[in-house]
Ligand binder design. Structure first.
Ligand SMILES: Cc1cc2nc3c(=O)[nH]c(=O)nc-3n(C[C@H](O)[C@H](O)[C@H](O)COP(=O)(O)OP(=O)(O)OC[C@H]3O[C@@H](n4cnc5c(N)ncnc54)[C@H](O)[C@@H]3O)c2cc1C
Length: 420
């Protein structure tokens, strides 16, 4: 292994890989361009625990705009990563309460905002929702339904395969079982190398894609990265293929607090959404202080065991939304987490203090953005500015947390109520 690279990417999840592929492609024919340092194996973190859905609607128009670009990139990934990934197009139905509250207005505002961004998200009637689901879901006049047609469903194993192949095609060195535990800095404060259990590795640039581990890792050099973990239980149920249509759209059910999607083999995959309440977000941040092991929970085989209360709770949600289903058969589940920030937005772009450090973290919803985030970070690393004329990532800069007390994020009721 060479001991010096142009760019070191810490973290071999989907975001770290995306950054590495794009940086390497942009750097062209140099030697020892990019290495990914991963403390376990590629995609061993959150990137093996997602639902593989790519969709665009978002309360932040800029995030939605990036997701729309990313959706197109996923469809023709070969142009930027050198590999393609097959996808399905199930569409998604959002279900929310229909009451005369500000929440209702927010959804209607979201619909208008997305239409301005040319993202198809439209309110549909309960009959249309029923038809799209072939009668499988319960609908109610107390609910509103929105349909987003241009939603992709990828497959986790195929994503992993593509990450491995794209690393080879793009000449990215993968250094696995290698944990970064400290940084070496020059007299200007730039990071010139990392210390790992495999020795020191030098670099000109460094990308932080360590997701839920970032906070602890960078605390060693006094860089504060506000990422906390919101636990989430994920369950898969075997259901009859005759009761849930193969074409079932993704169901984002905010009334029941559950996301449902049908996977191959008539598996109903479900988990709860990220919490949007300021109090819950604050709770996740306070828990982080008492849980130094944090994100390592996802490496722990014991967390595959069933939590009977949680399972029961989930089965009730299934029965509520899919009343015609005969008993769903539990087919496995696990504990995971969302790596959240105080405002549920990503941390993207150059560090506020260290000139050659770039952050690419996901706020619990980032697989879908991987290709565009990779391109944006690569532009910053290789050209000093992003090359997408309509994209401004300042809203996601780590600088937004500077000089601002954390509680300001969770006491002001931000867009979080419906940050999709
Ligand atoms: C239940 C669930 C469902 C989801 N579904 C979707 C979805 O459908 N669509 C979507 O877009 N998003 C989804 N997400 C979110 C998505 O999974 C994450 O946003 C994404 O995987 C984050 O990728 P990452 O590369 O930032 O992090 P990770 O995959 O966690 O990668 C970080 C890596 O850094 C490594 N690392 C950490 N510290 C060090 C160190 N010191 N040295 C070396 N390596 C280190 C870790 O081992 C890890 O592999 C879901 C999340 C959950 C929990």
């Amino acid at each position: 292994m060479p001991k010096e690279f142009n760019t070191l990417v810490i973290g071999g999840g989907c975001l770290g890989c995306a950054c590495a592929f794009s940086i390497s492609r942009q750097l062209g024919r140099q030697q020892n361009k990019v290495a990914i340092i991963e403390k376990k194996v590629l995609a061993a973190g959150l990137s093996s625990r997602h639902s593989a859905i790519v969709r665009s609607a978002n309360a932040s128009p800029m995030a939605a705009r990036m997701a729309k670009i990313a959706t197109e990139q996923w469809k023709s990934l070969k142009t930027i990563w050198g590999v393609d990934i097959p996808f399905e197009r199930p569409g998604a139905i959002w279900i929310t309460e229909n009451s005369l509250t500000s929440a209702t207005n927010k959804w209607q505002l979201l619909e208008r905002t997305m239409q301005k961004e040319n993202i198809a998200l439209q309110r549909i009637s309960k009959n249309e929702a029923t038809d799209l689901c072939n009668g499988a879901i319960r609908v109610d006049h107390d609910e509103m339904y929105f349909y987003e047609p241009d939603v992709l469903q990828l497959n986790s194993s195929e994503i992993l395969n593509a990450l491995q192949n794209a690393a080879r095609i793009n000449g990215v060195e993968i250094i696995e079982h290698c944990e970064v535990y400290d940084f070496e800095r020059d007299s200007h404060g730039n990071i010139v190398g990392v210390h790992t259990n495999q020795g020191k590795i030098s670099c000109k640039n460094i990308v932080n894609a360590a997701g839920g581990w970032s906070s602890d890792l960078f605390a060693t050099i006094d860089i504060h990265i506000p990422v906390a973990l919101e636990p989430v239980y994920v369950a898969n149920f075997l259901v009859s293929f005759q009761e849930v249509p193969e074409s079932l759209p993704i169901i984002a059910d905010f009334v029941n607090g559950a996301y449902f999607r049908r996977w191959l083999g008539s598996i109903l995959h479900m988990h709860q959404p990220r919490s949007r309440s300021g109090k819950e977000i604050a709770r996740s941040f306070s828990r982080a202080l008492m849980n130094p092991e944090g994100a390592n929970v996802i490496y722990d085989a014991l967390n595959f065991s069933v939590n009977p209360q949680k399972l029961d709770h989930y089965l009730k949600k299934v029965e509520n939304r899919f009343p015609k289903l005969s008993k769903a058969i539990y087919a496995g589940g696990y504990q995971s987490f969302f790596d959240i920030t105080p405002d549920l937005k990503f941390i993207l772009g150059k560090d506020a203090q260290v000139n050659n450090l770039f952050h690419c973290l996901g706020a619990g919803q980032a697989l879908k953005y991987a290709p565009v985030f990779g391109e944006l970070i690569a532009d910053l690393v290789t050209k000093g500015s992003t090359q997408y004329p309509d994209i401004d990532i300042s809203e996601f800069s780590i600088g937004r947390f500077q000089d601002k007390a954390m509680e300001q994020f969770w006491t002001t009721d931000t867009d979080n109520n419906y940050f999709l």
